[in-house]
Design a protein around this ligand. Structure first.
Ligand code: ADP
Ligand code: MG
Length: 306
């Protein structure tokens, strides 16, 4: 079996400033860094780095950032042959300013990500997909493209694993098409039309979400770990105590690891434990993709914390 990641590929351009410029003002920043990003790419890389078999469908431009992003994905072990290269659009970028108090201002330009159409999915997915494969989705591609992917999973006998991030209006209407749902505490609340859920409320929220279609609901809760539920049972998985350096991409590492473990044939509870450990590993290092563990790093981390 394999994982087919259908999602975004971005370059995060991060600058640190003392305080944000006001309109018309020019200020000097004191740090600049370029990171591989995009939820689709991050999750695909996380799964592949843990030895998951991952193919990625998405789009980049023919610019320098885009070729670096493809090289990163290839290094992580992702099969990038289905990624489309657009000459008319740049690869997706996120322009991120972080001020001295740690607040951020972000401008995302979807670029090539926004060109991945339902027709592309109709053409690309059938050849790539076999019955029993897992299709990994998030919401940084156009909504109709995600919906088309879900419909094709149903008609081709593949399972979908969907991270409803970032939360987009209308996502709740897709729940009946989703097999495995992964949300954080905020997204769980958004899907149910309530406030972010606490650890105490997570099990009830997961059961409410299960009633709307998915077979499995995995709610991640930051430092509180996660709750995993299916029709038979619910389990809270605490996160290990770690020194938190940067939580960027923790959720993506968690989702990628969950997909890898499910595709490997682990049961949902075992897969969720691996996923929580992977997320907690990732908060110890800066960046999204650079913070993800290899399989041997994860094994050593699990041994240390159990
Ligand atoms: N402070 C933390 N300490 C330990 N693990 C953490 C911490 N924050 C996140 N994690 C790990 O990363 C996973 C995903 O984090 P979470 O914040 O729920 O996702 P997201 O990034 O989508 O908001 C958690 O389930 C946990 O395993
Ligand atoms: Mg969080």
């Amino acid at each position: 079996m394999a994982i087919i990641a259908v999602g975004s590929i971005n370059t995060d351009l991060v600058v640190r400033v003392e305080s944000f410029p006001i309109p018309g003002e020019t200020v000097y920043g004191d740090e600049f860094a370029t990171y591989a990003g995009g939820k689709g790419a991050n999750q695909a890389a996380a799964a592949a780095r843990l030895n998951g078999k991952v193919k990625m469908i998405g789009a980049v431009g023919d610019d320098v950032n885009s070729s670096e992003r493809l090289a990163d994905l290839k290094d992580a072990g992702v099969d990038i042959s289905p990624v489309m290269i657009r000459s008319q659009s740049p690869g997706g970028v996120a322009l991120i300013q972080v001020d001295a108090s740690g607040q951020n201002q972000i401008v995302i330009v979807p670029g090539a990500n926004g060109t991945v159409s339902p027709d592309d999915i109709r053409h690309e997915l059938p050849d790539l997909l076999s019955a029993g494969d897992l299709v990994l989705l998030q919401f940084e591609l156009p909504f109709e493209t995600v919906k088309q992917s879900l419909e094709q999973c149903r008609s081709q006998g593949a399972r979908s694993i969907v991270n409803t991030a970032p939360y987009v209006t209308g996502t709740a209407d897709l729940l009946s098409l989703i097999d495995i749902l992964v949300v954080n505490e905020i997204e769980a609340g958004q899907l149910l039309g309530i406030k972010p859920v606490s650890l105490d409320q997570a099990e009830d929220a997961a059961r409410d979400l299960l009633a709307r279609g998915p077979e499995v609901v995995f709610v991640t809760l930051g430092g509180d770990g996660a709750v995993i539920c299916d029709a038979d049972s619910c389990e809270h998985i605490p996160a290990p105590d770690v020194d938190v350096v940067d939580t960027t991409g923790a959720g993506d590492a968690t989702v990628g690891a969950f997909a890898m473990a499910l595709d490997e044939g682990q049961d949902v509870a075992a897969a969720a434990r691996i996923a929580v450990m992977t997320g907690s590993f990732a908060v110890q290092r800066p960046g999204a993709q650079p913070s993800q563990p290899t399989r041997s790093e994860l094994d050593a981390f699990v041994a240390k914390h159990s």
